[in-house]
Write a protein that binds this ligand. Structure first.
Ligand SMILES: NC(=O)c1ccc[n+]([C@@H]2O[C@H](COP(=O)([O-])OP(=O)(O)OC[C@H]3O[C@@H](n4cnc5c(N)ncnc54)[C@H](OP(=O)(O)O)[C@@H]3O)[C@@H](O)[C@H]2O)c1
Length: 260
């Protein structure tokens, strides 16, 4: 896909990875549609200065089903086509299951999984009618490899993997496609919160990180190359392969790092 002049919708793009995606796509000359909880956190001139053809901010709180419905209603009445939808926004729940807050777990599943499905469900019919479009879902290696202290977050991300792999098959031959991001450590607020949430139970020295800009470059290239999946590369891809083909070995290694 040639991204110049394309209309790209990105959730959670006021900070972290989403911001890096928006900046990279601005450089590519996209028309940015920035979906955020608080529009005051976005400086449109920043993106126009980087080369975006246009930049529009939409208010969207994925933890609230009514907010998603009213965004979709507003978007339909604006009659703006979507070439690429990047479902990026996310919320992290972690720690021993019995110590996690139940309200946080419901909110995380709503933001990370139900909200992502709702938004995709709302936007896909217009893409199918035009016979073109791409849905990019930010999953995680946690959606395939399962570790102590990330049970609920992993359950949500495994749902994102399952949802994306399923619609990938439904969409074959329609001109609309998916890109599944098997994201590993990226140095953002979410990454930095891990140590405080469960660093006393699980040693995190196996976990490394790349910069949001580094990952955004790879993601944007994967969109341009029409890839279906983007793996993290390096040691994290080795961990994914180990989890898939020798899960017992990976669990043994992780058990040695875990102390409840
Ligand atoms: N960082 C990693 O190592 C890593 C690894 C694998 C996968 N991921 C996934 O990558 C995505 C981006 O993560 P990140 O590391 O960039 O996280 P981050 O820095 O914590 O940013 C999270 C983004 O999601 C938005 N968001 C949270 N709750 C929302 C809601 N209810 N409605 C709308 N937006 C909401 C936040 O907006 P506010 O500013 O309004 O809170 C923020 O823009 C997430 O889906 C995450 O699960 C991250």
């Amino acid at each position: 896909m040639n991204l110049a002049n394309k209309r790209v919708f990105i959730t959670g793009c006021n900070r972290g990875m989403g911001l890096a995606f928006a900046e990279r796509l601005a450089v590519k000359g996209c028309n940015l549609n920035l979906l955020v909880r608080d529009p005051a956190t976005i400086d449109i001139d920043h993106f126009l200065g980087l080369g975006a053809r246009s930049a529009i901010v939409w208010q969207l709180d994925l933890s609230d089903r009514r907010s998603i419905d009213s965004f979709l209603e507003e978007w339909r009445s604006a009659d703006t086509a979507v070439d690429v939808l990047i479902n990026n926004a996310g919320f992290f729940t972690a720690g021993l299951i019995e110590e996690q807050d139940m309200d946080d777990i419901y909110r995380m599943l709503q933001v990370n999984l139900a909200g992502l499905i709702h938004l995709t469900h709302g936007v896909l019919p217009a893409m199918l009618e035009r016979g073109s479009g791409k849905v990019v879902n930010n999953a995680s290696i946690s959606g395939r490899n399962f570790f102590p202290c990330s049970s609920t977050y992993a359950a949500g991300k495994a749902g994102v993997v399952a949802f994306t792999e399923s619609i990938k098959q439904e969409l074959r031959g329609t001109g609309v496609s998916t890109l599944l991001l098997m994201t590993a450590g990226v140095k953002t607020d979410m990454y930095d919160s891990m140590e405080g949430l469960f660093g006393d139970k699980l040693k995190l020295d196996m976990v490394s990180s790349v910069s949001p800009e580094h990952w955004a470059n790879k993601v944007v290239s994967a969109i341009e190359d029409d890839r279906l999946t983007l793996m993290p590369g390096g040691f994290e891809s080795f961990i994914l392969a180990l989890g898939r083909y020798m899960p017992g070995v990976l669990q043994w290694a992780v058990r040695r790092q875990f102390n409840r």
